[in-house]
Design a protein around this ligand. Structure first.
Ligand code: DMJ
Length: 648
């Protein structure tokens, strides 16, 4: 046929000496074969993109940047990867896990180490002059100091030095005597809280080890799908450590070393991973100096960066830690991101930069701030939903409780954690507080001060349990407000804490939300607002107010809560939330939340401790109660590094 001839004529000059049928195949068959072969090659190459990052083949054929989708915009993945490239000699700092998951000799040595006691850990860490002054006998301190110096050998001005950091603290983290109060009754109360922690932990270990949370009634574990595994372990590390539960702390540490898998492919909440895992690991590192926590947290931090890959750089709420893909919550209106989620990254990300000496993390959170500063705010308020694509508000719902809460908390805490140098955060915080006071703060007919919610100008006279953290927040920010406002802020903090205490009745535990309309005063009028899930916020405010005022009522209120937890929430195998705080014959929800271990029990323990246990001059608590140290640039960095940072 004409077609055949044409092909024959076209192909034969290319195969000299071999006729078209010379290989036993007709030309059309050869053509089909070639077509099939090229299709197969294309298919195989394309399939590489869908393989998990860990597959060797993918690493051979695709460079790192090629494995992620490329988008343009301030928060692009390419941008992130670019910043993560470091000079060769800095690629794998001592003790860090490498990109291939291989651990350096230092880390291997650490994993083989036998369990350590609280005292031994303290001793091992004693590095700077500050630690010598703290608790150690001179000879011990000297040898510990030598070892710490050795472990920091090779540290350049661009490498984080743990010993230097320790030397920057104004006081020892655990106080002169681990914060033991001199008053025997308070000490007894503190011991009771420690016993509660041990009971909660032991049951978690027995029935739910490695799972996210314990189901104390059915005695099994709960995973859920919002964050990896072992949330209760990571959330407990620092609480166990400060309580001196060292055997338990060592078990937790061993789990992190051997079983914390950061490559799981499931969906995870960026916010939850950040506040629980990043926050928990950071605190554990700063308190103990154990390299394993640092290497794990840096590995995890890098995995969070693709979530910022949006046109505005405002991260989406959900991320797949394995593939790096991210998306918005299905329930968040019009694919928006949530204020309390993208606004609750700052403290941890600043510390990721501190430890990695990589500015990418700080840049990501500073960009969020830039977007928020640029956008117009209704009455100076920050609505809860923002589009990560357009950078505009999606709905005008404002709340100091759920969806908004910790954004405000992180503004003032960013300022405090920066050693009071982050003036931008300060300005934003006091500006927001002014708008909140003008639009949301209300007085009930019975004289209770509360924070209402705001929906496009209409007030909903409801306050969530979550919003009760604001007593403590306004309290810690009081001193840095305008001089004429300081006493006012402290009074406002006390009033809100008082209102939240009023909501704790008759079980002496509080409902999820309470209202001030329909004749009610701090009462849950709706059936489905009556539950208590072991939340910390009210106790958190007692702790801060105690530290700020030393009014004994806060310790009494805290003790009331301890008794109520014991009476209503303690079951045979752990602590459980309850379904109705207004019924004395309680029904249990069968869940021991991980924040009960990290927050509720820690804040209670601190409430009954001396102020020198994690002093507020040196430590800022993240929103999951994980203590992070104040960053004293002037002390942490040498002159050359400071100059470099400033000129960036
Ligand atoms: C905790 O996970 C954090 O405090 C978060 O900010 C909101 N609340 C829960 C506990 O109630």
């Amino acid at each position: 046929s004409y077609k055949k001839k044409k092909v024959h004529l076209f192909v034969s000059p290319g195969l000299p000496g071999v006729s078209a049928s010379g290989m036993g195949l007709r030309l059309s068959q050869k053509f089909m074969f070639l077509l099939f072969l090229s299709g197969l090659v294309t298919l195989c190459f394309g399939a590489l993109f869908f393989l998990p990052d860990s597959v060797r083949l993918k690493r051979i054929f695709l460079s790192k940047t090629e494995t992620q989708p490329v988008t343009v915009g301030s928060g692009s993945e390419n941008d992130a990867r670019e910043h993560l490239k470091k000079p060769r000699d800095q690629e794998h700092p001592r003790g860090m896990t490498s990109a291939k998951g291989e651990t350096s000799t230092k880390l291997k040595t650490l994993t083989r180490k036998p369990s350590v006691s609280h005292e031994a850990t303290e001793e091992r860490l004693a590095g700077g002059k500050a630690q010598e002054d703290f608790t150690l006998p001179r000879s011990k301190a000297e040898s510990a100091s030598e070892r710490a110096t050795a472990s920091d050998r090779g540290a350049t001005s661009d490498t984080f030095s743990y010993a230097k950091f320790k030397g920057c603290l104004l006081k020892p983290p655990l106080g002169r005597d681990n914060g033991k109060p001199s008053d025997p009754r308070t000490d007894e109360r503190r011991e009771k809280v420690k016993e509660m922690m041990k009971f909660a932990w032991d049951n978690y270990k027995r029935y739910a080890w490695g799972k996210n949370e314990l189901r104390p009634v059915t005695r099994n574990g709960h995973i859920g799908n919002m964050f990896g595994k072992g949330a209760s372990i990571i959330d407990s590390l620092d609480t166990l450590y400060i309580m001196g539960l060292m055997e338990e702390y060592n078990d937790a540490k061993e789990w992190v070393q051997n079983s914390l898998d950061l490559n799981s492919n499931g969906e995870a909440s960026l916010f939850e991973v950040n506040i629980r895992y990043v926050g928990g690991l950071l605190s554990a590192y700063y308190l103990t100096g154990e390299e394993v926590f640092k290497s794990k947290v840096l590995e995890l931090g890098e995995k969070l960066l693709p979530a910022f890959n949006t046109p505005t750089g405002i991260p989406r709420g959900v991320i797949n830690l394995g593939s790096g893909t991210s998306w918005s919550w299905g329930w968040a209106s019009a694919g928006s991101s949530i204020l309390a989620e993208f606004g609750t990254l700052h403290l941890e990300f600043v510390h990721l930069t501190e430890l990695s000496r990589n500015s990418i993390y700080t840049e990501k959170v500073m960009n969020i701030r830039k977007v928020l500063n640029k956008i117009e705010k209704p009455h100076g308020l920050y609505p809860n939903f923002l589009s990560p694509v357009s950078g505009n508000w999606v709905q005008h719902h404002v709340s100091i409780g759920g969806l908004g809460d910790s954004f405000y908390e992180y503004l003032i805490k960013s300022y405090l954690m920066s050693d009071k140098t982050d003036d931008d955060a300060k300005k934003m915080y006091y500006g927001a507080l002014e708008a909140i006071e003008a639009n949301l703060v209300q007085k009930s007919p019975g004289g209770l001060t509360y924070m209402a919610e705001w929906r496009g100008g209409i007030l909903d006279h409801k306050m969530g349990h979550l919003a009760c953290f604001s007593g403590g927040m306004i309290g810690i920010g009081a001193d840095d407000g305008a001089p004429e406002k300081r006493q006012h802020y402290l009074d406002l903090a006390a009033e809100i804490t008082h209102t939240c205490h009023e909501s704790y009745t008759p079980t002496k535990l509080g409902p999820e939300a309470f209202r001030f309309d329909g004749g009610g005063e701090a009462t849950a009028t709706r059936l489905n607002d009556r539950y208590y899930i072991l939340r910390p916020e009210v106790i958190e405010s007692y702790m801060y107010m105690w530290r700020l005022t030393h009014d004994p009522k806060y310790r009494e209120w805290g003790w009331e809560a301890v008794e109520a937890l014991e009476q209503h929430c303690r079951v045979e195998s752990g602590f459980s939330g309850i379904r109705d705080v207004y019924t004395m014959t309680v029904s249990h929800d069968n869940m021991q939340q991980s924040f009960f271990l990290s927050e509720t029990l820690k804040y209670l323990y601190l409430l009954f401790s001396d102020d020198d246990l994690l002093p507020l001059e040196d430590w800022v608590f993240n929103t999951e109660a994980h203590p992070l140290p104040v960053v004293r640039k002037s002390c942490l960095q040498d002159k050359a590094t400071q100059d470099k940072t400033v000129s960036k």
